[in-house]
Design a binder for this molecule. Structure first.
Ligand SMILES: CC(C)(COP(=O)(O)OP(=O)(O)OC[C@H]1O[C@@H](n2cnc3c(N)ncnc32)[C@H](O)[C@@H]1OP(=O)(O)O)[C@@H](O)C(=O)NCCC(=O)NCCS
Length: 259
């Protein structure tokens, strides 16, 4: 049996229990009025390769309370269990992206006591309200409920992808979204991504990952995004929309308040 949380190995009468340490992460709000936050998000969108030109639009949406972009940062918590791995993640990130070496500061007090007062983000993730779903044409999520939120604008530094940071970020954003004492109180979370079967299958399937996390497909849009490859051939990606009912997490006994 393997559990995560620490790297102690303990013998019990019933089983050998291995507890693996992992660094902890915090989500720190992106500040649309901070030039350094805006510049860093732009750098990370360039590295991501999608939606580089949307940063100014997102700034407006974040100011107006329709979009909530967070930095994915290493936690400062004294109980952070694996400082060596955390440090190696940061080193890998800065080796690949040396222009991101200037630390940022949060614009407002974070909801998490472990969130650092100075940080170098390893990526970002956003919660978007249903109100932002209008005018998306055939790419609408079709989730009119005000308690349905979308997880979007999700990127982990390419230098450390596959290390478990995405999983930590999803755990955290789902916890925030479903916190009965938090600001969102979401009942449903949705994502959309490119269907990665057939010719678009990569090393691993993001769709299968979301499915493992409990997201269920409910809508497909063919040729949602087009791409012309180096041979001039045009490809069209099918968009898959998936959602997860998190209303059961909203009951007070399941509170995961970060405050
Ligand atoms: C998608 C993304 C955010 C995931 O972040 P990440 O830090 O790489 O994710 P993790 O390392 O936590 O891995 C996520 C899952 O994929 C699996 N995985 C990751 N790399 C893998 C690999 N090379 N082989 C097999 N499985 C792999 C992990 O096991 C994990 O599954 P689990 O939680 O069930 O164990 C990140 O890869 C990214 O930024 N990609 C580019 C932008 C993008 O695609 N955004 C999402 C659009 S919806």
């Amino acid at each position: 049996m393997t559990l995560t949380g620490s790297d102690e190995t303990t013998s019990t009468s019933q089983a050998q229990v291995t507890l693996k340490k992992v660094p902890q992460i915090d989500l720190v709000p992106w500040d649309p009025d901070s030039p350094s936050h805006v510049e860093r998000l732009t750098q990370q969108r360039v590295a991501c390769g999608w939606d580089v030109n949307r940063v100014q639009k997102w700034a407006t949406q974040q100011r107006e309370g329709y979009k909530f972009i967070y930095w994915i940062v290493l936690s400062d918590s004294p109980t952070t269990s694996d400082p060596q791995t955390a440090s190696s993640w940061l080193t890998k990130h800065l080796t690949l992206y040396p222009t991101e070496s200037t630390p940022l500061t949060p614009s407002s007090p974070s909801s998490s006591p472990s969130a650092p007062q100075i940080f170098i983000p390893l990526g970002h993730i956003s919660l978007d309200t249903s109100a932002l779903d209008v005018s998306r044409g055939r790419l609408t999520y079709d989730l009119p409920s005000p308690t349905a939120y979308r997880v979007t604008t999700f990127y982990v530094s390419r230098s450390v992808q596959g290390s478990g940071i995405g999983r930590l970020a999803m755990d955290r954003i789902e916890g925030m979204a479903s916190d009965p004492k938090g600001q969102f109180k979401a009942s449903v979370l949705a994502i959309s991504t490119a269907l990665d079967d057939d010719e678009f299958k990569k090393k691993y399937s993001i769709v299968e990952w979301y499915a493992r996390r409990g997201y269920k497909p409910y809508k497909y849009v063919e040729r949602a995004w087009n791409h012309t490859d180096s041979n001039g051939e045009e490809w069209g990606w099918t968009a898959i929309f998936m959602k997860k009912d998190i209303s059961s997490l909203l009951s007070p006994e399941n509170s995961t308040s970060l405050t």
